[in-house]
Ligand binder design. Structure first.
Ligand code: BGP
Length: 465
């Protein structure tokens, strides 16, 4: 038996990509609510407020806010052991800096967790998944140290409220996205390295304080960091290509280094010194980072990159990283993401060698266009192949490399809005949702072939893939 008996099989979502109800029950606007859907192959537009006539995918999304009971019942039917989801901070503190939390928002998540627990589904909760209350922009969002206190007020509120319901927490979704898409990660627009690193410092400090707070409020709490699983291969055996690859991995991994080891790595401090970047460190901050290391490492994994000296690397493109190379050994998804199951095992090794903490894959999957047949069925064998091939490699990480892996939550168990494009047609789900790119549809849920396949996988605890 490869997967441990208590392996956490499940799926993962983010509030702004599925809930909708963007102003309901007292919710305030978040940074995600002012992003339009992208035009073909271009990034999403960030508007400065609500503009009539534009389409904002998060506003209705796939209506999970009203349909969570139906969705969770479908998870239970697949045999889910866990549901990774995020709390929309602006449901709890509508403006971010409110003195008192919004009871209706708190009550909503009580109901969501109760529904999960009723089916024996363990919630894994991301505190901040690509959205910050819009009200905090007046302070400069995460660039301002003040926001740490507002975040901790929110953390304290939810840690206390859900003490008996939630024990797995993730602080910031894909914290390293701060280097590639700072708006999504932190509500900050700047390309300026000093601004980004100040912002990163504030989130890292907030994460460290949140970890300690979670442990103080309940010793049973386990808190993880969340890494956007970028992996890079050198374009050739040329030592310069190898060096560039190492540099790239440093840029991506330094956040995890701090969250797992409790201090800034030497390579980063040297880089700051050479570039003249100064961190806004106050007395006691470095001790906080040390005391607030995480209990486990969670990560998303979709694709790998090729890096080398002949083509510049830029932090643009739909997944936030663009290199001029294409891996000749790999096929790509319809969105150009290189499909690389073996890279998942490789990444597990990189992370475990570095941190020696339990791992959990909290996002993985294939974004693809699905076709609904006349009889309503959806034959998504391509998605089954993708997930199966990745699980085969995950098994090797456990069986051959001896890595402790706590669980696997595929991305978007029901179709949700794409984070990078805001589109609906980029679907990951095992459950189809009848909505199109413009938000039209019945919102009805349908089981795809992958639904039945995953159900068998979970029932056999991953023995039958
Ligand atoms: C990750 C994010 C998710 C998610 C996923 C798939 O980076 O944490 O929020 O959306 O990527 O990306 P996309 O939706 O752009 O296909």
């Amino acid at each position: 038996m490869t997967f441990p008996k208590e392996f956490l099989w499940g799926g993962a979502t983010a509030a702004n990509q599925c809930e909708g109800a963007y102003l309901e029950d007292g919710k305030g606007l978040s940074t995600a609510d002012i992003m339009t859907a992208a035009a073909e192959n271009s990034p999403r537009k960030i508007t400065d407020g609500i503009i009539d006539g534009e389409y904002y995918p998060s506003h209705r999304a796939v209506d999970h806010y009203h349909r969570f009971k139906e969705d969770i019942a479908l998870f239970a039917e697949m045999g889910f052991k866990t549901y990774r989801m995020s709390i929309a901070w602006s449901r709890i503190f509508p403006n971010g800096d409110d003195e008192v939390p919004n009871e209706a928002g708190l009550k909503h998540y009580d109901e969501v967790f109760d529904t999960c627990l009723q089916y024996g589904i363990e919630p894994i909760v991301t505190l901040s998944h690509f959205e910050t209350p819009l009200g905090l922009l007046k302070y400069g969002s995460w660039e301002n140290r003040k926001v740490i206190d507002y975040f901790l007020r929110y953390c304290e509120t939810v840690f206390k409220r859900y003490k008996d319901k939630v024990k797995y927490w993730l602080t910031f979704n894909e914290i390293n996205v701060l280097s590639t898409k700072p708006w999504m990660a932190a509500g900050v627009h700047s390309d300026d390295e000093q601004v980004r690193m100040t912002t990163a410092f504030h989130q890292l400090l907030a994460s460290a304080k949140a970890v300690q707070m979670a442990h103080e409020i309940d010793q049973a709490n386990q808190v993880g960091m969340m890494y956007n699983g970028h992996v890079a291969y050198p374009a050739s055996s040329d030592p310069q290509d190898i060096q560039q690859t190492n540099d790239f991995m440093h840029q991506m991994l330094f956040y995890a280094d701090i969250q797992c080891r409790g201090h800034y790595p030497a390579y980063k401090l040297k880089e700051f010194e050479l570039k003249g970047i100064v961190l806004p460190v106050q007395d006691g901050d470095l001790e906080e980072l040390k005391k607030g290391t995480v209990d486990f490492v969670s990560f998303s994994y979709y694709l790998t990159h090729v890096v080398g000296k002949d083509s510049p690397l830029s932090f643009t493109g739909l997944n936030g990283v663009k290199t001029g190379y294409k891996n000749p050994h790999l096929q790509s998804s319809q969105w150009g993401w290189a499909i690389d199951p073996a890279g998942l095992r490789y990444l597990c090794n990189v992370l475990y060698d570095r941190y020696e903490l339990p791992l959990i894959v909290v996002e993985n999957g294939l974004g693809a266009v699905d076709k609904v047949e006349e009889d309503g069925s959806i034959h998504d064998s391509y998605r089954i192949d993708y997930v199966r091939d990745h699980l085969i490699e995950l098994k090797k990480a456990i069986d051959i490399d001896g890595i402790p892996v706590m669980g696997y939550t595929m991305w978007g168990p029901f179709d949700i809005i794409s984070a990078s494009t805001g589109e609906m047609k980029k679907r990951y789900g095992f459950i189809y949702v009848d909505v199109d790119n413009d938000g039209n549809g019945t919102f009805e849920r349908r089981k795809k072939d992958s639904f039945y396949w995953y159900k068998r996988v979970i029932a056999s605890n991953g023995e039958v893939l």
